[in-house]
Design a protein around this ligand. Structure first.
Ligand code: KMH
Ligand code: ZN
Length: 275
């Protein structure tokens, strides 16, 4: 078994800087976070950005500047979120790809999201996927529930292979409204994935550690970060994204599947190497 791909999701769209001061929200904070997470063993960064007031934004010039800054400071694969915040329009979410990142997230269905709804109807999924194919942006299929896996099969059957030629998925578990974050559910979800797909998993909140250990045991890859959890241990807030990556890397080492290099990650995901 090859190494473990570690993705860091440092910011997300849901948390407020006031309540989580360690959250990276400025470009400088994001670049510093990216560097420390790269050093700790991450190969991919899943990016949401904030505006001057630290509110989530899909502003295209900010996204483009962010992609360029992360590329010049690090060797990480830059994956922009096309999920944005639950309030973002489909039009703005499609326009994210115009920042031409290496990769993007692509959620395969609507899901209740706490007290909100994260909307991903079929026609939008198809449009987004077709645009990734046209621009050569490598999608990561985000799967919050079993119906999303069925939709992924349908998408591949109707529109063909993704840019890069390889299917990589991320099981996002433990969202209130999505599939639970536990080992039994993870094993069932993995069994339903398309043949040949690789996958990572992340558990939201208190499901982060059970999902991390289940993913390693089942041969998967890991996503960690403050987008998904801000509690490191009971009663102890996360101090930085890097400490979540360090913990994931240490667990991967223990499992005899050490963190995957950026070059190996590019080969696995079909993301072109940089010159
Ligand atoms: N912020 C959530 C509504 C993604 O990045 O693609 C959606 C999300 C998924 O985080
Ligand atoms: Zn996200």
């Amino acid at each position: 078994m090859a190494g473990t791909l570690i993705t860091v999701a440092p910011t997300g769209a849901e948390l407020a800087k006031q309540s989580v001061p360690a959250l990276p929200v400025t470009l400088d904070e994001l670049v510093a976070t990216a560097l420390s997470c790269e050093h700790a063993g991450a190969a991919v960064i899943h990016v949401h950005i904030r505006d001057a007031d630290a509110k989530p934004t899909l502003d295209l010039s900010r996204l483009t500047e962010t992609v360029q800054a992360l590329r010049s400071a690090t060797g990480l694969i830059v994956q922009l979120s096309t999920g944005g915040a639950v309030t973002d329009s489909f039009e703005r979410r499609l326009a994210v790809l115009d920042a031409v990142p290496d990769a993007c997230s692509l959620t395969c269905g609507t899901v209740n999201f706490g007290t909100d709804v994260f909307m991903n109807p079929w026609d939008f999924i198809k449009d987004l996927y077709a645009k990734t194919q046209a621009l050569g942006v490598v999608p990561e299929f985000e799967l919050f529930d079993f119906g999303h896996i069925a939709t992924l099969h349908r998408l591949l059957a109707e529109l063909g292979k993704p840019a890069g030629g390889h299917v990589h998925c991320d099981l996002v578990m433990g969202v209130p409204g999505g599939m639970p974050g536990d080992a039994q559910t993870l094993v069932q979800a993995v069994a339903a994935l398309p043949a040949g797909a690789t996958w990572s998993a992340t558990g939201i909140g208190r499901t982060s550690l059970p999902v991390l250990f289940a993913a390693l045991a089942a041969g998967g890859h890991l996503r960690v970060g403050m987008e998904d959890t801000v509690t490191f241990a009971r009663g102890r807030p996360v101090a930085s994204n890097a400490e979540l990556v360090e913990r994931a890397a240490a667990a991967a080492e223990l499992a005899q599947r050490p963190p995957m290099s950026q070059a190996a990650a590019r080969d696995m995901l079909g993301v072109p190497h940089r010159q």
